[in-house]
Design a protein around this ligand. Structure first.
Ligand code: URA
Length: 155
């Protein structure tokens, strides 16, 4: 969902129940928080593009299986090729690790610039993690400030 000409793309893990019902990523509680985080760096859903690694909801919200990632990844890469953003933000460890094919911790993946499909990629917390643990809000805000700086640098 969002602007197909966006310079920044946010990638979550997979649709949850609400997202599955609506066919739109990040419309549930985590999505509402994501909207607030975007607003904090002066962006709206109309400025960005939001999608997920998996295009379908895994049963009972379990973690994506490697085979599912493998099936969905060509769609993700195609989306990125069509949008051609300047910056990708992976939301949460599962999104980051499946995209980057690593088992590293989120802590280690933050504050770095990776490349995926030829595009700069940064990693931050999943908004659902911030809902579960408010202690992550401060470091997430620090990440979003870096993301904003990098975005402004690129655009
Ligand atoms: N969590 C995700 O990773 N993606 C969504 O679309 C909603 C919740």
């Amino acid at each position: 969902v969002g602007n197909p000409k966006a310079d920044i793309v946010f990638i979550g893990e997979a649709p949850g129940k609400q997202e599955d019902l609506h066919g739109i990523p990040f419309v549930g509680r985590a999505g509402k928080l994501l909207d607030k985080m975007l607003a904090a760096i002066e962006l709206t859903r109309n400025d960005v593009y939001i999608c997920n690694v998996l295009k379908c909801r895994p049963p009972h919200n379990r973690d994506p299986l490697p085979s599912e990632v493998e099936q969905c990844e060509p769609y993700l890469v195609n989306q990125l090729n069509l949008i051609s953003p300047k910056l990708i933000v992976a939301l949460g460890r599962i999104s980051a690790c499946t995209i980057l094919k690593t088992k590293d911790s989120l802590k280690n993946l933050r504050n770095q610039i990776f490349t995926y499909a030829g595009i700069d990629l940064m990693v931050t917390y999943h908004p659902a993690a911030l809902l579960r643990n408010p202690n992550f809000k401060k470091p997430a805000w620090e990440d979003f400030q870096l993301i904003r700086d990098q975005y402004l640098l690129q655009t």
